[in-house]
Write a protein that binds this ligand. Structure first.
Ligand code: ADP
Length: 419
């Protein structure tokens, strides 16, 4: 079994979808994994943490704890998943977390490969590209928490670790898995512990995966996870997949959607929903109280004839900035997030068993409010957005979508009852 640790929640759903698309049976664990978690019959266990921007010591402690628990559950390999744009601050947390995991696992040279072709993230000559732009020219340069202004990953990683950083060029990767393995051994002999590996397409990722298939620690984004999944799937003897997404969805027919994301793509998805389906907007300025907002939304929901309703705080940048100016950014977010968590609890009490959630932070709050500890990962509704099936505290089909994921029809499509 592969054990994966992701540094944020929608990163965990992304990598879970990658393993699943490679043919693995995947369990998803929110906010850590307990000693008594059910991992029976799984090929991969993915733990979603929220460690991307917390203090490094905290990220290290949480990640090491998750790795120990995964190993106790029988994981022979740990995959540390970071964002395909290498989101981190100058001090971490990618370096500190991978250092600690490498120590814990007595890992030899550790591969770092953020390449994810489906999202157009590639690495060449040690430099990270977003589509046809260097990382430092992409919108990531203006990210509010982790602005990425240096595209040279060797330099970015070296600033975060005391270990020596090296790289493997694309030419070597194109010679295949044995050449990558030989180069890793050569670098190891030179005292180089952390290795940025070039990759442009899935065949490159397959070569890297072949070289590290039995390494105790591998790091990267969803692209290498998928390749590693393919490598394990072809070697393992597995029963037929026992998780039929369509069958599970056909029993989860009472639908509601929640949106707390204000990202451009979510705004399109909400607008598309409102063309044909009932929707209720939460206004934190008019009602700056989470419980009152939630009560109003649930009273509205009770009056909607046949469910299929959306409750959202999504709004345009101008209205958002007015709310942030009136309430303070943190308080506005907290009022809305808490309200959406309360609404989620009220909806499940009312029998909703298919819940669609838009927004990374929003998803975290909804999962926390519902007390969901783990789920099985089903088919993707859009790239990187899998259905997740939980049994406790109630049988639910949940779709957690980060702001800019999915096409404009995703929310409407996900709500449609399967034949
Ligand atoms: P995304 O994945 O698009 O980044 P998130 O859920 O992670 O979405 O973040 C959106 C943030 O904006 C949340 O903290 C949410 O509470 C906040 N927010 C959403 N709607 C409003 C609003 N109308 N006024 C103020 N803050 C809001």
């Amino acid at each position: 079994m592969i054990g994966a640790i992701a540094d944020d929640l929608t990163g965990a759903t992304d990598i879970a979808a990658a393993f699943r698309s490679a043919g693995l049976r995947v369990g998803l664990y929110f906010d850590g994994i307990d000693a008594d978690a059910d991992v029976a019959g799984l090929d991969a266990a993915v733990v979603g943490l929220k460690t991307r921007t917390v203090p490094a010591a905290d990220a290290v402690a949480q990640s090491s704890r998750a790795a120990r628990a995964l190993r106790a559950h029988g994981c022979g390999q740990i995959y540390f998943k970071f964002c395909s744009t290498f989101d981190s601050s100058p001090a971490g947390n990618i370096g500190p977390v991978s250092d600690a995991l490498a120590d814990d696992l007595s890992a030899g040279p550790v591969v770092f490969a953020p390449t994810t072709p489906v999202q157009r993230r590639t690495v060449y000559q040690g430099h990270l590209f977003v589509g046809d732009m260097l990382l430092s020219n992409s919108p990531m340069r203006d990210h509010p928490l982790t602005p990425m202004t240096d595209p040279d990953l060797r330099r970015v990683l070296q600033a975060q670790t005391a270990r020596r950083v090296g790289s493997i060029p694309l030419q070597t990767v194109r010679e295949g898995g044995s050449a990558v393995a030989a180069e890793l051994a050569r670098l190891d002999a030179l005292g180089i512990d952390d290795v940025i590996v070039d990759a442009v397409d899935d065949r490159d990722l397959d070569a890297i995966a072949a070289a590290v298939r039995t390494s105790p620690l591998v790091t990267g984004a969803a692209g290498l996870a998928c390749a590693l999944g393919r490598a394990h799937a072809s070697a393992a003897t597995r029963a037929d997949d026992d998780l039929d997404t369509d069958a599970r969805l056909s029993t989860a027919r009472t639908v509601a959607a929640l949106a707390g994301s204000c990202s451009a793509r979510t705004r399109e998805q909400v607008a598309r929903w409102r063309e044909s389906r009932p929707a209720f907007w939460l206004d934190p300025v008019a009602t700056p109280d989470s419980a009152a907002l939630a009560d109003g939304a649930l009273a509205w929901f009770d009056a909607v004839p046949d469910g299929g309703a959306l409750i959202y705080s999504t709004t345009d940048p101008e209205t958002l900035h007015r709310a942030q100016a009136a309430l303070g950014t943190a308080r506005a977010a907290q009022i809305v997030e808490t309200a959406l968590g309360l609404v989620a609890v009220g909806l499940v009490r009312r029998g909703v068993d298919r819940l669609i959630v838009a927004g990374g932070e929003t998803s975290g709050e909804v999962v926390r409010a519902l007390g969901i500890g783990q789920g099985r990962v089903g088919a993707e509704a859009a790239p990187g957005v899998p259905w997740i099936f939980t049994d406790a505290p109630a049988p639910l089909a949940v779709l957690l979508k980060s702001g800019n994921y999915g096409d404009a029809d995703l929310l409407v499509r996900a709500a449609q009852v399967q034949p």
